[in-house]
Design a protein around this ligand. Structure first.
Ligand SMILES: Cc1cc2nc3c(=O)[nH]c(=O)nc-3n(C[C@H](O)[C@H](O)[C@H](O)COP(=O)(O)OP(=O)(O)OC[C@H]3O[C@@H](n4cnc5c(N)ncnc54)[C@H](O)[C@@H]3O)c2cc1C
Length: 486
């Protein structure tokens, strides 16, 4: 810890006393993100207020060989912002200025701590909004969204964060401030912007982000459909997409998730439903009207026993309230739960949901399902009571088995919540050693000393001298003259 106290003195001199926290009690505030069962008290916290602050903190870490982790709002669900006990947590939440709203150019330039929904609010007066809308949009930061390549209910039609980021100002792990991308589309050279988005803070820290603004649609229609079971609801989803309709959102909740939402926010979903779908269409009024008629017919044909159309914005908000509050609502029916995140092809929905129900039945671990059905992006909520011996372990096991199911059906171990600390161990289930090593080469190009959020994403880092392993020394790609290690 002597290293950290020297670092604290250096940072107090360079940044000012008020931006550096080393009081043990205060540090505990930052011991976890939204995945609260992993906890590590950071060695030191820096509250950054500018790019210069971030660069100074990173340079100091680089000089001292100390790891650092960026933190936005701390809503991540994979332990990505989990601190290091012997490292610095660089908190971005005070960098909250919207620097520019350029309606004519359809873009905004914001600091990374700006809350997702604030961008939409700032753009609304000119008839624009920011399309990627995680359910945490009232609290999560744009920097965290960039790091996680976050999705949300409307990403089925509009794409994930990566489709809406034009450029970033970025502090690399040596403390250099670099510009990647910009206001013009499609810069020459490697797609470094695509590499940065979704890199989970392992390549450096975004200090300014240029995002696209999307024109608010002329018309929006929202439907709540009640079904007897998830099979019927899944068939409706497949039928809608097969008919060539791309809704702005298609969300599904099963009986347990509905029960939780009803208890928490009294959203008045159809009584007795084994599953509900929230389907939203947006666009030009004539197109929306025609497609909405198709959607209602297809839900009806798949067996919907109740169809409820939102008559106005207030009714629309009520329909969405159940869905948007679902994660938190589950706290009403279970003291503890794991929010899992995996993707499957949409057509496998009925089969995989049945298999999850079987896993739940066999293990006695309850699983509530609430998810982005149109993308096949599942969010099984695995319920347990930590006070019961062995319950957490049983829930962890079921949670891992659900990821196995996703892989068996050609899916992925994460859709939008990132790998973080939580799923690093599952990466070899999806990628070969060579795949992972190639990703590590990219990481090493940015971060040769392995200081930027180490221990996340990769199960056992083998390059950059982080941890000894199979490829310590020259990487096979380097030996073959196919890659260069810096
Ligand atoms: C109730 C709830 C609902 C959610 N719904 C969704 C959803 O629908 N879709 C979805 O995608 N996610 C969802 N999430 C997950 C979470 O909100 C997102 O992952 C979000 O992008 C995290 O943002 P944050 O600011 O809280 O980041 P943090 O949790 O603080 O950090 C997340 C990761 O980003 C890195 N990071 C943060 N800021 C920076 C920066 N400036 N530069 C580089 N790296 C940085 C951190 O090191 C960490 O690895 C939900 C979470 C909750 C609690």
């Amino acid at each position: 810890m002597a290293g950290l106290s020297e670092l604290a003195s250096r940072l107090r001199t360079e940044l000012g006393t008020e931006k550096v926290i080393d009081d043990r009690q205060e540090l505990r505030t930052y011991e976890c993100d939204g995945l609260a069962h992993y906890k590590v008290v950071p060695g030191l916290v820096v509250l950054a207020r500018s790019t210069a602050d971030v660069a100074a903190a990173v340079r100091a870490c680089n000089d001292a060989g100390v790891p650092f982790v960026a933190r936005g709002s701390g809503t991540g669900l994979s332990g990505g912002a989990l601190p290091h006990a012997d490292g610095i947590l660089i908190v971005m939440s005070q960098m909250r200025e919207i620097l520019e709203i350029d309606r004519d150019g359809q873009r905004a330039v914001v600091e990374p701590g700006v809350i997702n929904l604030q961008v939409t609010r700032a753009a609304a007066a000119g008839g624009y909004y920011y399309a990627p809308d995680p359910s945490s949009q009232q609290v999560c930061s744009i920097g965290g969204n960039v790091a996680e390549n976050s999705g949300g209910a409307h990403c089925l039609k509009y794409g994930f964060t990566t489709n809406h980021v034009l450029g970033v100002e970025f502090v690399d792990p040596s403390g250099n401030v670099i510009e990647i991308g910009g206001k013009a589309p499609d810069s020459p050279g490697y797609d470094l912007l695509g590499t940065i988005v979704g890199s989970e803070g392992t390549l450096g820290i975004a200090t300014r982000v240029t995002v696209k603004l999307t024109r608010a649609p002329e018309s929006v229609e929202t439907l709540l459909a009640g079904f007897d079971d998830t099979d019927a609801a899944g068939q409706a989803v497949s039928a809608i997409i097969a008919a060539g309709v791309i809704p702005a959102a298609v969300e599904m909740m099963d009986a347990l998730a509905i029960e939780a939402a009803e208890e928490a926010v009294h959203c008045g979903y159809p009584e007795g439903a084994g599953a509900v779908l929230v389907v939203e269409l947006d666009g030009p009024a004539s197109e929306v009207d025609a497609q909405f008629a198709d959607v209602k017919r297809l839900c009806d044909q798949a067996g919907a026993f109740e169809l409820r159309v939102a008559a106005d914005d207030a009714e629309r908000a009520l329909i969405w309230r159940g869905r948007k509050s679902a994660f938190a609502a589950v706290g009403r029916i279970s003291p503890d739960y794991i929010v899992q995140d995996g993707v499957i092809p949409r057509t496998a929905l009925p089969e995989v949901l049945r298999a999850i129900a079987d896993l739940s039945g066999q293990s006695g671990v309850r699983v509530a399902n609430v998810f982005h059905a149109g993308d096949g992006n599942l969010h099984p909520l695995v319920l347990f009571d930590d006070a019961v011996d062995g319950a957490a372990e049983a829930a962890e096991k079921v949670s891992g088995q659900i990821l196995d199911l996703c892989l068996q059906h050609g899916g992925s171990i994460t859709g939008e919540h990132g790998v973080g600390a939580d799923k690093a161990k599952h990466m070899p289930d999806m990628f070969t050693a060579d795949d992972l090593d190639t990703m590590q080469l990219v990481r090493c190009a940015f971060d040769p000393n392995g200081l930027s959020n180490p221990g996340k994403v990769f199960p056992t880092p083998r390059l950059c001298g982080e941890v000894p392993g199979r490829h310590r020394g020259a990487h096979p790609l380097v030996e073959a003259g196919l890659a260069e290690q810096f």
